[in-house]
Write a protein that binds this ligand. Structure first.
Ligand code: FE2
Length: 223
């Protein structure tokens, strides 16, 4: 995987970890598919003429996407405070930015479809099971249970989202498909990080879950 002129494979393992978890890497990676797509869509794509039932089904689906994205946004941001090392904190900060963007574009799509109060609509249409999952994830985060929170959010939730988005993108209207395409690229970028592992065996998940808390320079936030 090469982002612009930057080739992560050329780096030593420790430098590789620092680089691929950085905002610098994130900026380069997302530039190719964000810069010309306000709210995740091309302004040249024509809106579909939905019938009432199709529009209603799409609104329900998008409302539940918003629940998932909010769970990831709140989960990732909360985990920063107890992530075991600086790389994990910075990586989670890039994930927070991703999840906030995903939530923003889905809410904008709801407004495009005529939803005037997205929060009320999400509350009305959210799946109880998804809400229970979100509550459990945030409970793990609140308990500062790093291993369980990483597994719930970065394995279970991301896998669910990735599977659902890829399936939906195949049949979605053109604008929703474009939005999903951008979100899927974010998901794929995360899995690409994992694919780039090299001996000794390590990957993103192992890094997040098992990397020992090596002594690192103290990170100070704020003043
Ligand atoms: Fe997301």
């Amino acid at each position: 995987m090469t982002v612009g002129e930057f080739d992560p494979h050329a780096l030593a393992p420790e430098e590789f970890i620092a680089q691929v978890h950085s905002f610098e890497f994130w900026f380069q990676a997302v530039d190719g598919y964000l810069s010309d797509r306000p709210y995740g869509r091309s302004q040249h794509t024509v809106e579909t003429d939905f019938d009432d039932a199709s529009r209603d089904r799409l609104i329900t689906t998008l409302c539940n996407y918003c629940v998932g994205e909010t769970a990831a946004l709140e989960g990732a941001s909360g985990m920063i405070t107890f992530a075991p090392n600086r790389n994990a904190k910075i990586f989670l900060a890039t994930q927070v930015a991703d999840e906030a963007r995903h939530l923003e574009v889905f809410v904008k799509r709801l407004r495009d479809l005529g939803v005037t109060d997205p929060d009320a609509e999400i509350a009305k249409r959210a799946s109880p099971d998804l809400l229970a999952f979100k509550a459990r994830l945030l409970e793990l985060v609140g308990n500062r249970d790093w291993n369980a929170a990483v597994f719930a959010q970065n394995v279970i939730l991301e896998t669910m989202e990735s599977t659902v988005f890829q399936s939906h993108a195949k049949t979605a209207d053109p604008i929703t498909a474009q939005i999903l395409d951008g979100v899927i690229k974010d998901e794929r970028r995360r899995s690409e990080l994992e694919r780039l592992r090299r001996p000794p065996q390590w990957c993103l998940l192992k890094l997040l879950i098992k990397e020992p808390c090596r002594p690192e320079p103290e990170v100070r936030f704020g003043g």
